[in-house]
Design a protein. Structure first.
Length: 283
C-alpha cells in the first residue's frame, strides 16, 4: 500500500513540475527579437551604431542601403541614418517583438562612390556645374548667415511655440521677456524644454534662407516634433516660416498626430521672430 501511495505522490509531483515548466515558457520569445528605438529616433545616428543596436536585440537579417547624395558633408554627416524599416514598416514602434529573421533595412547618407561616377561627356557636362553651384550656394550663405544660427533659431521657435510658461497673467498674451533661449536648460524644464534628436537635412532655399527637412525634437514627456521649415535673417532677427510637420507620441497612427503648422497659424506670432540674444549661447 505504501508503495502505491509513493508512486501516486511521485506522479503528482512530476505533473506539477510539467505544469510549472509549461507556464514558465508561456512568455518565451525564442526565435524573436525586440525592436530598439523607433525609426524617427534613429534618424541622424551613425548607421553602424544602429546596426549594432539591432544585432544586440537579436535581429539576424539586417541590411544597409546607401543614399549617395552628399556633396560636402557639412550639413548631413557621412553615414548619417535617413530611415530604418522593420519588416517593411518604417514607422515601427519600439519594444515590439518580431521574428528574428525579418528584414531590417537601415538607409543612410554617404558620398557617391568614385567608381560609380560617370565619365563627363558632352551630354552631361552640365551636371558637375550644377553640383559646384550647390556647393557655392552653401558656402555663400554660410559666410553671411551660418547654418548653426539657423539651427538654434528653429529650436528656439518651436520650443517657445509649445512652452506653457511664456504667457502673461491672462494666460493668452505672450510675454516676450519669458521666451526661452537656446541655452536655457534649467528650472521648470517640463514646461518648455525640447532636446534635439536629429538636426535633419539642411539646404539653401535662396541666397538669404536656409531650409530643413526632418528636424526631430523631443520634449521631456517623449513627445516628438518632426519639422520642416525655413529660416531667414533680416539683418537683426532670425525669422522662422513655412513650418509644417507633425507633433505627437511615437508609435501612434498618423491621423492622431497634431499638425505642427498650427503653431505658425495667424499673423504677428512673436516666437517665430528669434532675436540674436536668444541664440547667442550654446547649450
Amino acid at each position: 500500500m505504501k508503495k502505491v501511495i509513493s508512486i501516486v505522490i511521485a506522479c503528482i509531483f512530476l505533473l506539477i513540475i510539467t505544469l510549472v515548466g509549461c507556464t514558465g515558457n508561456s512568455n518565451n520569445h525564442e526565435g524573436e527579437a525586440k525592436t530598439p528605438s523607433g525609426s524617427s529616433i534613429q534618424q541622424g545616428k551613425d548607421y553602424k551604431e544602429v546596426v549594432n543596436e539591432f544585432k544586440e536585440k537579436g535581429f539576424k537579417n539586417i541590411e544597409t542601403e546607401k543614399v549617395e547624395d552628399l556633396v560636402t558633408g557639412w550639413l548631413t554627416k557621412d553615414g548619417e541614418v535617413e530611415s530604418v524599416s522593420v519588416d517593411g514598416d518604417n514607422a515601427y514602434s519600439p519594444d515590439d517583438w518580431y521574428a528574428d529573421t525579418v528584414k531590417v533595412v537601415i538607409t543612410y547618407h554617404t558620398f557617391p562612390s568614385e567608381e560609380e561616377k560617370p565619365e563627363p561627356t558632352s551630354s552631361n557636362e552640365e551636371e558637375p556645374q550644377k553640383e559646384n553651384n550647390g556647393e557655392a550656394a552653401i558656402a555663400a550663405l554660410e559666410a553671411i548667415f551660418p547654418v548653426e544660427n539657423a539651427k538654434r533659431s528653429a529650436v528656439v521657435a518651436i520650443t517657445n511655440g509649445y512652452a506653457i510658461d511664456v504667457f502673461e497673467e491672462d494666460g493668452n498674451t505672450y510675454d516676450i521677456s519669458k521666451f526661452h533661449s537656446y541655452a536655457d536648460t534649467s528650472s521648470n524644464v517640463d514646461d518648455y524644454f525640447m532636446k534635439v534628436n536629429s538636426w535633419g537635412t539642411w539646404s539653401t532655399k535662396d541666397e538669404k534662407t536656409w531650409h530643413v527637412d526632418s528636424l526631430i525634437l523631443e520634449n521631456s514627456f517623449g513627445v516628438i516634433a518632426n519639422a520642416a521649415l525655413d529660416v531667414n535673417f533680416d539683418g537683426t532677427n532670425y525669422v522662422v516660416s513655412n513650418i509644417n510637420g507633425t507633433f505627437g507620441n511615437p508609435g501612434i497612427s498618423a491621423e492622431n498626430l497634431l499638425d505642427l503648422s498650427d503653431i505658425a497659424t495667424g499673423s504677428n506670432i512673436p516666437y517665430l521672430t528669434v532675436s540674436a540674444e536668444l541664440i547667442k549661447k550654446d547649450r
